[in-house]
Ligand binder design. Structure first.
Ligand SMILES: CC(C)(COP(=O)(O)OP(=O)(O)OC[C@H]1O[C@@H](n2cnc3c(N)ncnc32)[C@H](O)[C@@H]1OP(=O)(O)O)[C@@H](O)C(=O)NCCC(=O)NCCSC(=O)C[C@H](O)C(=O)O
Ligand SMILES: [Mg+2]
Length: 270
């Protein structure tokens, strides 16, 4: 089974879309998230819940499987939590619009599953540290669409408008020792823009990215993994290091750089 620490690509799909569920079993996403929330229209919520549970019971996904439930303030939430808990399915549960550490810990205890908490409201950003540290939380996910709406950003606002939120999520996740996944890229036909955002996400410290289309999986997996030059550098640094501060290829390295190089190689499976 995929280790959550190695997740680069997390593909969302509406649990109401049987064809997409079948397709997801053939794809190379590290994590598949069956959505019951915003991708599913109200009239399809009940069927989508049963479809998600059936799909999780059947399995056959390449990596980890998660279900995104509806938020605690909605009329579907309680029923979904009770049915999913009873079925005992899915590796993880994704919780939208997480804002309260207390609420999220109670939910984790109820579901007996690790949670991925979505930080996608102003209050969620301000409470991200507590949410990430709550019992049962295994990671944070940014929700740029809800955040843009909550912050009342005009259409077309640059990613820089979310800088504070993005960094708050990475900081909170790192402080709590859980993973951080970047938000989705909506513009399906802009592959260059998607690649730029993947690189940016990695430079901000995210472990991976949430996705909405199969075409985004390969570039995401590639861009969130170290490239050959980074691997060569890491191997050479480990081989050259003798402990303490020293000169390596024109820069100072210390024990912490050796540890980082080892983490990089481990992440690449070397
Ligand atoms: C965005 C889409 C509605 C586009 O759909 P469509 O134009 O029909 O896609 P294609 O014709 O290109 O599809 C080609 C084949 O690939 C399958 N497919 C498409 N998307 C997925 C997917 N996500 N997972 C698995 N398979 C997928 C199609 O079925 C076709 O298969 P086949 O016919 O057999 O060849 C659509 O891509 C889509 O629904 N995407 C997911 C939307 C979603 O889940 N949204 C919720 C997450 S977004 C989010 O969380 C926002 C966050 O909360 C925030 O606030 O920011
Ligand atoms: Mg959202």
């Amino acid at each position: 089974m995929t280790d959550l620490a190695f997740v680069r690509s997390a593909l969302f799909l509406p649990a109401s879309n049987a064809r997409a569920i079948a397709k997801a079993r053939t794809l190379a996403a590290d994590l598949v998230i069956l959505d019951l929330e915003d991708a599913v229209p109200e009239e399809a919520k009940e069927d989508a819940l049963y479809a998600a549970i059936a799909a999780a019971e059947e399995g056959g996904f390449p990596g980890l499987l998660a279900i995104r439930i509806n938020g605690s303030g909605t009329r579907w939430h309680k029923h979904e939590v009770s049915l999913i808990a009873e079925a005992g399915v899915a590796d993880l549960i994704v919780v939208p619009k997480a804002e309260s550490a207390k609420g999220i810990a109670a939910l984790a205890a109820n579901l007996e599953r690790p949670l991925l908490a979505m930080i996608e409201t102003p209050a969620g950003v301000l409470n991200a540290t507590a949410v990430a540290a709550a019992q049962g939380v295994a990671g944070l996910i940014v929700g740029p669409n809800d955040l843009a709406a909550g912050l009342r950003l005009p259409e077309g606002a640059p990613r820089a408008s979310l800088s504070y939120a993005l960094q708050a999520v990475v900081l909170a996740a790192r402080a709590a020792g859980v993973i951080a996944l970047d938000g989705v890229w909506n513009r399906l036909d802009d592959a260059d823009g998607f690649a730029t955002e993947c690189r940016d996400g990695r430079l901000l410290g995210f472990d991976g990215k949430t996705l909405i289309h199969p075409s985004q999986i390969e570039p995401c997996n590639r861009l969130f993994a170290p490239d050959e030059a980074e691997l060569e550098e890491a191997g050479a640094l480990i081989a050259a290091a003798t402990g303490g501060a020293e000169r390596f290829r024109g820069r100072m390295v210390e024990t912490l750089h050796v540890e980082a190089a080892k983490r990089l190689l481990a992440r690449a499976g070397r």
